[in-house]
Design a protein around this ligand. Structure first.
Ligand SMILES: [Zn+2]
Length: 177
């Protein structure tokens, strides 16, 4: 998934898991959101070495959040939530076997050379085999392939989570203020 989806989803889920802790939330909201935002994007730092490697493995991320959480407990929840929301989304892969991405680009760019350059850049950027769900127990990659329709469905689902979060947040703010 793209970084905007990771960002929106990570922040939404983080907000949701603080619904039962309004005092914590009201006191540290900016801090929590900053940590969650960083955490929801953090696993993609492995793009500098091997994309979707160990940094995308839920166990590795949970241990990392745990270690940081032992030293600084306030970091634990937003870190863990941001990290795991990222892993979860990256299990989903877009099925480009029929050249859908190129078709979309062709509707916007008429120049053939330019279109194929953009296509290569985009396909390289999203190319992956899923994540190592069980690492370090196994290096097997796990993924769920999405077609055009189901990918759109997943994107809509992420937006729905965000909208529901905003809705719940508004009513909880009303209650606790
Ligand atoms: Zn990723």
């Amino acid at each position: 998934m793209d970084w905007i989806s990771h960002f929106i989803f990570g922040l939404s889920v983080t907000r949701l898991i603080y619904l039962d802790r309004p005092l914590d939330w009201n006191k540290n909201r900016t801090f929590i959101l900053l940590v969650a935002a960083a955490a929801s994007l953090f696993p993609d730092l492995d793009i500098l070495t091997t994309h979707r490697s160990e940094l995308h493995a839920p166990l590795v991320l949970a241990v990392l959040a745990g270690i940081i959480g032992l030293a600084f407990p306030i970091y634990f929840r937003p870190l863990l939530t941001g990290f795991l929301s990222h892993s979860l989304l990256d299990i989903f892969l877009f099925d480009n076997s029929k050249g859908t991405i190129r078709q979309i680009i062709d509707t916007a760019i008429t120049n053939d050379t330019a279109a194929s350059e953009v296509n290569e850049a985009v396909v390289d950027g999203v190319a992956a085999n899923g994540i190592m769900l069980l690492y370090p127990l196994s290096r097997q990659m796990y993924s769920i392939l999405l077609t055009e329709t189901t990918y759109a469905f997943a994107a809509i689902l992420i937006l729905c989570v965000a909208v529901i979060t905003v809705y719940l947040t508004r009513s909880s703010t009303d209650t606790y203020r």
